[in-house]
Ligand binder design. Structure first.
Ligand code: ZN
Ligand code: ZN
Length: 258
């Protein structure tokens, strides 16, 4: 089992990261992808300190849409910032990057330019992208089609959108990743979408420290609980948790490497 998206270098784990990692390993989580904010030097330093504790942890680095405003008028600077970290950190992916029209922390045109610049970098470096798209379905697809020119692969993380975006993502050759939201009682529509995404295109994630699954809802999330997402996906697909774990682990390796 692999947690394809967590923020293990977030400061909320600064006091007990070793215990969090030990619980993940004890729960059968063999690897995780730690998502890093390219603009946060403190987080990048914490990630370096974590790597010896969990050699199977890989990283992805990018400028989150919430941080796009810092690159207003100079979107290329976001890609340059990420490029310096690619050389330092050897990430397996670029992200999370994308568009967030729910919070709109940065103007939408700036978000689009910063997203596009990083998609172009991903194409140039042949790295997969980790997409954060919230209430921005059509624009996210448009940027991927234009800036990615059909060459960029990746995953739509924390998928909460509808059938339209799921279909577009699959057409683009992308994977779709589900979090503990899938376990929430009111997420019936999302479970219906998940049922129509083939298991060979699905990934598991916690997005910890956020979005703890039932029965841990409201607590600080952690990679050890990614199994709850696997169990829920198994129910959705009328299959076994083992089958979900095998498929999603294989998908992670296909996309990000072993
Ligand atoms: Zn996200
Ligand atoms: Zn995230």
């Amino acid at each position: 089992m692999i947690d394809s998206h967590c923020h293990l270098a977030d400061e909320v784990y600064a006091g007990d990261a070793a215990a969090v990692i030990a619980r993940a390993q004890a729960a059968g989580v063999r690897a995780a992808m730690c998502i890093l904010d390219a603009t946060d030097e403190a987080e990048l330093a914490r990630a370096e300190a974590l790597r010896p504790l969990w050699p199977a942890m890989v990283v992805s680095v990018g400028v989150h849409p919430h941080k796009a405003g810092g690159f207003a008028g100079r979107a290329a600077g976001s890609a340059e910032c990420v490029a310096t970290h690619i050389d330092r950190l050897s990430p397996r992916g670029i992200g999370e990057i994308g568009l967030d029209y729910h919070y709109d922390f940065a103007p939408r045109d700036v978000q689009q330019q910063v997203f596009a610049a990083q998609v172009e970098l991903a194409a140039a470096r042949d790295l997969p992208v980790v997409i954060h798209a919230r209430e921005a379905d059509e624009d996210a697809v448009a940027v991927l089609r234009e800036a990615g020119r059909g060459k960029v692969r990746g995953v739509f993380h924390c998928f909460t959108a509808g059938h339209w975006l799921a279909t577009q993502a699959l057409e683009l050759g992308f994977f779709i990743s589900f979090t503990g939201i899938l376990t929430f009682p009111r997420a019936g529509d999302l479970r219906e979408v998940a049922a129509r995404v083939p298991l060979d295109r699905t990934l598991l994630e916690t997005d910890s420290p956020f979005l703890a699954p039932v029965p841990f809802r409201g607590k600080r999330n952690e990679p050890a609980w990614v199994g709850r997402v696997a169990e829920q996906l198994a129910a959705v697909h009328h299959t076994t948790t083992d089958a979900v774990v095998a498929a999603t682990t294989g998908n992670f390796v296909t996309l990000f490497g072993a």
